[in-house]
Design a binder for this molecule. Structure first.
Ligand code: ZN
Length: 289
């Protein structure tokens, strides 16, 4: 076994992690083969126990045979798998490159599977901790109010009305007389904060009204990125006022093939010369998203 081999492999480099995973797999193969030593004993055992009922004897014998067959199938599957075959291939290449196997004497024969399992568990704990950090703050009434007030300060042209005691429903209008440029009607949006059993929330947003534009805009909002970010959603709605949809940022055309104006708004992060990040909003056709 050439655990420290470094030869190139079509599936990638044999680094330390991959070599350790390979030894763990070989240890598993060894365990499967060791278990096969008892196969004959397990098949014969039901025949040696005294039984009065032939049906019971047959059932016990059948189970023992099927159990052993399944073990053989599992061993064959593991042996013939691409992963195991690539290990064998690598050991041959490594042996050709360097036939001195003296270092293998210092490689423990057992314990690799346990070590791999410990690493897997530690990795999944780490991932869970990172997910917890990324989890959005609970969107309670106070948090909704704080976000709405921040959005209103940034976008004086939008007016957000909060309803329900816990601010779960929002209606967003543009300031009096402010008609979004190049859109056929004044737009009104509604946002509902849906609290879920797992403590997370979901934001349902809609452009109200029966005009065809309203349906298209609702669809473009529904497919937004950062779907659970209320501030991002309010910024996007404000962009229907601030960003002229005169041409699409992607295809540069006024109308797409179905004669639709750019009805979607999406943000673009750019870094200025001074190194700060700026967000700008752009118009897109729904078909260009
Ligand atoms: Zn376009």
């Amino acid at each position: 076994m050439s655990a420290g081999g470094q030869s190139a492999n079509p599936e990638g480099t044999w680094d330390e992690e991959r070599c350790e995973a390979a030894i763990a797999r070989l240890e598993q193969l060894q365990e499967q083969m060791d278990a096969m030593r008892l196969a004959i004993h397990r098949i014969v055992k039901p025949l040696t126990a005294p039984r009065n009922n032939p049906d019971q004897l047959y059932a016990a014998y059948k189970n023992a045979v099927l159990g052993s067959q399944n073990e053989i199938k599992a061993l064959r599957g593991n042996w013939q798998s691409q992963e195991t075959q690539s290990i064998f291939e690598h050991t041959k290449e490594s042996l050709r490159a360097n036939s001195d196997l003296s270092a293998a004497a210092n490689v423990p024969q057992w314990g690799w599977r346990e070590a791999q399992e410990r690493r897997r568990k530690a990795g999944s704990r780490k991932r869970k901790a990172a997910e917890m950090e990324d989890a959005p703050t609970r969107l309670d009434a106070a948090e909704v109010k704080r976000i709405v007030e921040e959005a209103q300060r940034e976008h004086p042209q939008i007016h957000v009305e909060m309803r329900n005691e816990d601010n779960r429903e929002l209606t967003i209008r543009f300031a009096d007389g402010a008609k979004p440029k190049l859109l056929t009607s004044n737009l009104v949006f509604s946002v509902a904060v849906q609290h879920q059993a797992n403590g997370q929330h979901k934001l349902d947003a809609e452009c109200l009204g029966m005009a065809p534009d309203a349906f298209v805009i609702s669809r473009c909002i529904a497919s937004r990125p950062r779907a659970n970010d209320l501030k991002y959603l309010l910024d996007m709605i404000a962009a229907y006022y601030t960003v002229r949809g005169s041409s699409c940022a992607k295809c540069k055309e006024r109308f797409d093939r179905s004669m639709q104006s750019p009805m979607a708004r999406r943000s673009l992060q750019t870094t200025t010369d001074s190194g700060t990040t700026e967000t700008t909003w752009q118009a897109f056709h729904e078909s260009c998203l």
